[in-house]
Write a protein that binds this ligand. Structure first.
Ligand code: G3P
Length: 222
């Protein structure tokens, strides 16, 4: 997947429930095509297939579980994510964590299905540990900054730089993203200057009074 990448996680915000998820994804697709920036979306699980089959930007599941098809009621199998038309999945978001073995098993299953993986980590150490299992990308997000108004790139730039250094020392092919409090094009620029190859954000777009204006601002300095 071409970098830099801006990944918008719709979480379970009411603003993205039902048909609103597709509307927001279409807005992201239109800003992506206007600007040339790579924008990916993570709609709520209930809308994953509807969005993945309708927009021509990468669509990611918000979660995947280490389960195979069959007797797995309520679990998100990598196989069903692939079949929905999604390009990939987040794994281990700080709001939906998994033990390390489950992360490793899920990454393996995703690889088998050809899904692109973004594993989330809330510390440099966890990012380095997950890197051993070779996700395509690792997103570092200090939980205390999530949903706030101060970007990780201002509040804790060293967590971004140190994650890039640690992850690349395990495997150079893994791209590092950062997230938490990112809302503006300046935040995105700073993330890239710190060595990240993209950002993962939510409230800056989903909760914005003017999501289109926020998206246009986010891609301004790429
Ligand atoms: O998944 C992205 C997220 O955890 C960061 O949220 O609202 O701080 O951009 P936010």
């Amino acid at each position: 997947m071409t970098k830099p990448i801006i990944v918008i996680n719709f979480k379970a915000y009411t603003e993205a429930e039902g048909p609103n998820a597709l509307k927001l994804a279409e807005l992201c697709a239109s800003v992506s095509s206007e600007s040339g920036a790579v924008i990916a979306v993570c709609p709520p699980v209930s809308e994953l297939g509807a969005v993945a089959r309708s927009v021509n930007i990468p669509v990611f599941s918000q979660n995947a579980d280490p389960r195979v098809p069959g007797s797995s009621t309520g679990w998100m199998t990598p196989s069903m994510i692939k079949a929905s038309g999604a390009a990939g999945t987040l794994i281990n978001h700080t709001e939906h964590k998994h033990p390390m073995k489950a992360i490793a098993d899920t990454l393996e299953l995703c690889k088998g299905c050809g899904l692109t993986t973004i594993a989330c980590a809330d510390t440099v150490e966890l990012a380095a540990e997950i890197a051993q299992y070779l996700p395509n990308m690792i997103a570092v997000e200090p939980p205390e900054l999530i949903g706030g108004d101060v970007s990780v790139t201002d509040a804790n730039p060293s967590v971004v730089e140190n994650t890039v250094r640690s992850v690349k020392s395990v495997h150079n092919s893994i791209s590092v993203l950062c997230g938490a409090g990112i809302k503006t094009g300046k935040d995105v620029r700073k993330a890239l200057d710190l060595g990240a190859e993209g950002v993962l954000l939510a409230s800056g777009v989903v909760k914005s009074k003017d999501p289109r204006a926020s998206l246009l601002d986010l891609v301004k300095y790429i």
